[in-house]
Ligand binder design. Structure first.
Ligand code: AMP
Length: 283
């Protein structure tokens, strides 16, 4: 397994692979890898000749008060995991190579980037869309893999690829959960034991919302019960959002009698740790 650290080396290597007719599958990550990331890698391994994983904690997708500095980093542990999955190459770029002094260009996907997490993390999805565009230009993959754990991100990336005519197939993969239902996340490492136990309220609330929806309770009523459940957990410090949304526009749903699919989504803080989760319900 190769590890390339400069954009120039990565671009040259990608060009050689393409000239040899290789099909490249790409999994962008911020590292501190867990089974959620590895599920994307395994899918990429099945579908492509070459699997490339990037590890880059992207500074421009973090707000000034967010956890960029303390975000977990473990290149050595990540390398062992990726080698065991048969990954061909890790791209591990340097921040100054990605964003040199004088960097000026950003990619913005309007409207859907401002909803849900975007309303609470201004500039976050602009940072995501920009770094993913840069990584696509550097690695030139045929397919790229994203987890539905970050549902809004998948909608934004698909829209960006469509609008900017990027010739890349976007593959989405299901959320991988801990045995008690908590969605795997690098940020779960921040949770103290009592917070970790409290975090199960998120998945329990999604399941309850799904059940209420199937009884065709009104979206407003489902939302109220979701907030009640989440607030009943004392270690939940704040709720950014919880409710039912259109899976394409990400707008809040007032009436789902006409909908085939509904997105149930939650973002909250336990202690200082921001956690998100979601579920797509087919009606
Ligand atoms: P991150 O390192 O958090 O930027 O995540 C890299 C990729 O892994 C993104 O496409 C995430 O959606 C995906 N991912 C993270 N956690 C999970 C999970 N629990 N299940 C499936 N995919 C995940």
């Amino acid at each position: 397994m190769k590890v390339l650290k400069t954009i120039k080396e990565m671009q040259e290597h990608a060009r050689t692979l393409i000239l040899k007719g290789k099909i490249i599958g790409f999994v962008p990550t911020m590292g501190a890898l867990h089974e959620g990331h590895l599920s994307l890698v395994r899918q990429a391994r099945k579908d492509n000749d070459i699997v490339i994983v990037s590890i880059f904690v992207n500074p421009i997708q973090f707000g000034p008060q967010e956890d960029f500095a303390r975000y977990p980093r473990d290149l050595e542990g990540d390398s062992i995991k990726l080698k065991n999955e048969g990954v061909d190459l890790i791209f591990y770029p340097d921040m100054n190579d990605m964003y040199p002094v004088g960097y000026r260009t950003f990619v913005e996907v309007q409207e859907i980037s401002e909803r849900l997490c975007g309303a609470f993390r201004p500039g976050h999805f602009r940072g995501v869309a920009t770094v993913v565009t840069k990584l696509f230009n550097i690695i030139k993959p045929h397919r790229a893999y994203f987890g539905l754990k970050d549902y809004q991100q998948t909608v934004i990336i698909k829209k960006m690829v469509q609008d900017l005519n990027m010739d890349i197939e976007i593959i989405t993969c299901p959320t991988v959960r801990e045995p008690d239902g908590l969605a795997m996340s690098s940020r779960n490492l921040y949770l103290k034991p009592d917070e970790r136990r409290a975090a199960t309220v998120i998945y329990r609330t999604l399941l309850e919302a799904e059940r209420l929806m199937r009884e065709f309770r009104k979206p407003e009523g489902v939302k109220t019960i979701m907030f009640d459940r989440l607030r009943s957990e004392p270690l939940v410090t704040s709720i950014d959002y919880a409710g039912l949304y259109d899976p394409e526009t990400l707008e809040e749903i007032k009436d789902y009698s006409e909908k085939e699919e509904v997105l149930i989504a939650i973002a909250l803080r336990i202690g200082d740790t921001r956690l998100i989760d979601n579920m797509i319900v087919k009606l």
